[in-house]
Ligand binder design. Sequence first.
Ligand SMILES: *[C@@H]1O[C@H](CO)[C@@H](O)[C@H](O)[C@H]1NC(C)=O
Ligand SMILES: *[C@@H]1O[C@H](CO)[C@@H](O)[C@H](O)[C@H]1NC(C)=O
Ligand SMILES: *[C@@H]1O[C@H](CO)[C@@H](O)[C@H](O)[C@H]1NC(C)=O
Length: 138
Amino acid sequence: MYFSSLFTVALSILSFAAALPLHRLNHSPALFWHVSDFNTGCSPGGCTYDFNITGIASKNTPGFKTHCSGTSVQDDLVFCDDKHVKAKVAPRLYPAWTVQVQHAWLQGEAEFYAGGTANVTSTMKNFTIPVTEVYGVA
Ligand SMILES: *[C@@H]1O[C@H](CO)[C@@H](O)[C@H](O)[C@H]1NC(C)=O
Ligand SMILES: *[C@@H]1O[C@H](CO)[C@@H](O)[C@H](O)[C@H]1NC(C)=O
Ligand SMILES: *[C@@H]1O[C@H](CO)[C@@H](O)[C@H](O)[C@H]1NC(C)=O
C-alpha cells in the first residue's frame, strides 16, 4: 500500500537521519492537533482506544480530520481511517495514557512527516497534542 510504504520510508530514513538530506522544518506558530471523543476501555485481554483527531492546515502542513482506533497490545503505530495518519495509545500507571500520533504526506516530490505525543488520562475527552517534530525528506 502506497502510504504504508511512505511511512516506512519516512521512519527508516529517520533512523539514518545523519546520513540523508532530512530537514527538520520550522513550524511557527506552534502547531497543535485536536483530539475529541477520546475513549478507552480495558478488559483482562488488554485495552482498546478510539478518538477523533483534527489537524488544522498551517503554512507547512496540510490539514486532516480522521478517526483512530486500536488496542494497547499493538507494538507499533497503526493506521487511522485516513491512511496518512497513524496512532499508538499506550497505558501508563492508571488512569494515565500516552497518545502518540504521526502524520505523513507528499508535497510535490518531497515527503513530509510530523509527529507529536501527549500524556493524558482516561477522563479527558478532548485535548491537544503539540506537534514536536516536522521533517521533510527531499
Ligand atoms: C470536544 O470536541 C468536540 C469536537 O470538537 C466538541 O463538539 C465538544 O463540544 C468538545 N467537548 C468539550 C467538553 O469541550
Ligand atoms: C467523530 O468522528 C465520527 C466519524 O467521523 C463522527 O460521527 C463523530 O461525530 C465525531 N465525534 C466528535 C465528537 O467530533
Ligand atoms: C509523558 O510521560 C512520560 C513518563 O512520565 C515522560 O517520559 C514523557 O516525557 C511525557 N511526555 C510528554 C509529551 O509530556
